[in-house]
Write a protein that binds this ligand. Structure first.
Ligand code: NAD
Length: 341
């Protein structure tokens, strides 16, 4: 059994987490869950902070977590728990595979790309000042070590997964220093170690968005800084059926946290209708990660069984409402469990 942290989160988090854990258990994933709190759930349980230190410590100690979404209030209130956890556990690389799914028809049928997002810097450094009433500055942070580290991660991962191209999105025509550093570091990494193995291109992000919606199949691995990665992840989710089908991983040197791209969806929370698939897919990413980094026996097989089962369920028309079906969260989990070989 592998010990891992489960953070259910809030909003739809507990619902999609429960459904996902049922599927992982039914597939014999071999996980032993240590439950910890974050976000609104932590405050409601009496913790003084939205990100209790014991949660961070447990993530770093076990090295693996599966996490549901956590709400962040807009325009005030507490700061993002998700961003804080990524910083506290140094989860520097967000990896978000975006693939056309069987049985989920969209405008495109051949999307297969991976968004790699720098997870610790940029405008997400959260350094904002109101200099005088009505005048606010937000500081965008870019450091050479973090830019080199994310570029090296993206290119190492691209080669390991048999990918052929890395496209770097930026706005260095306007943000000449910060985004300029990002692309210089990316190119430096490519030239020093990957020139023979990967194609490389740099695209200004506004033009890149247009190309993404015109023909997403031209992209393979797309690399960018924090805020662009946040926005592009949701855009890419829209290419393949929405936030219900887009998983993610936050990778660091000591720990990795697996979570869907979607948020806590307060508009549907507590109704039992949320799609748990993106978190299930994140669970599959977690098992594949355990198979490659820790040689966990049976992890690869369990990941394959779950993936085959949800693909079959979708092809059989078993879908939640966001994908045009009528199943609820638990109903979709039942459909996947029935199809585990
Ligand atoms: N990693 C995270 O924890 C994370 C990520 C993004 C947003 N958030 C937080 O979530 C809250 C809500 O944000 P938002 O409304 O912008 O984005 P959201 O992803 O929660 O929801 C956007 C839309 O997609 C739908 N949706 C999302 N996930 C779904 C699912 N699994 N099944 C079916 N429909 C789904 C929602 O109903 C909503 O209409 C905010 O507080 C935000 O800060 C958290």
């Amino acid at each position: 059994m592998t010990k891992a942290v489960l953070i259910e989160g809030d909003g739809i988090g507990p619902e999609v987490s429960r459904a996902t854990i049922r599927v992982l258990d039914a597939a014999g994933a071999g996980m032993e869950w240590e439950r910890h709190l974050a976000g609104v759930a932590a405050i409601e349980a009496g913790h003084a902070k939205t990100l209790p230190q014991e949660t961070v410590d447990a993530v770093v100690r076990t090295g693996i977590a599966l996490k549901g979404p956590c709400t962040t209030p807009v325009g005030g209130g507490f700061s993002s728990v998700n961003v804080a956890l990524r910083k506290a556990a140094n989860l520097y690389a967000a990896v978000r595979p975006v693939r056309s799914m069987p049985g989920v028809p969209t405008r495109y049928s051949d999307v297969d790309l991976i968004v790699v997002r720098e997870n610790t810097e940029g405008l997400y450094a959260g350094i904002e000042n109101e200099i005088t009433p009505g005048v606010v500055t937000s500081l965008k942070v870019a450091t050479r070590p973090a830019c080199l580290r994310i570029a090296a991660y993206a290119m190492r991962m691209a080669v390991a997964r048999g990918r052929h191209k890395v496209s770097v999105f930026h706005k260095a025509n306007i943000m000449k220093l910060s985004d300029g550093l990002f692309i210089r570091c990316s190119k430096e990494v490519w030239e020093s170690a990957y020139k023979d193995r990967l194609e490389y291109e740099e695209l200004i992000i506004d033009a890149a968005c247009m190309r993404l919606v015109q023909d997403p199949s031209r992209f393979d691995v797309v690399l960018m800084e924090n805020l662009y990665g946040d926005v592009i992840s949701d855009l890419c989710a829209g290419l393949v059926g929405g936030l219900g089908v887009t998983p993610g991983a936050n990778i660091g040197e000591q720990a990795s946290v697996f979570e869907a791209v979607h948020g806590s969806a307060p508009d549907i929370a507590g109704k039992g209708v949320a799609n748990p698939l993106a978190l299930m897919m994140s669970g599959v990413m977690m098992l594949n990660h355990l198979a490659t980094t820790r040689d966990q026996p049976g992890a690869k097989e369990a990941a394959t069984r779950i993936r085959d089962a949800y693909n079959r369920a979708l092809l059989d028309g078993c879908k939640t409402r966001d994908l045009g079906g009528s199943l609820g969260t638990e109903g979709f989990a039942d459909a996947v469990i029935e199809r585990l070989a």
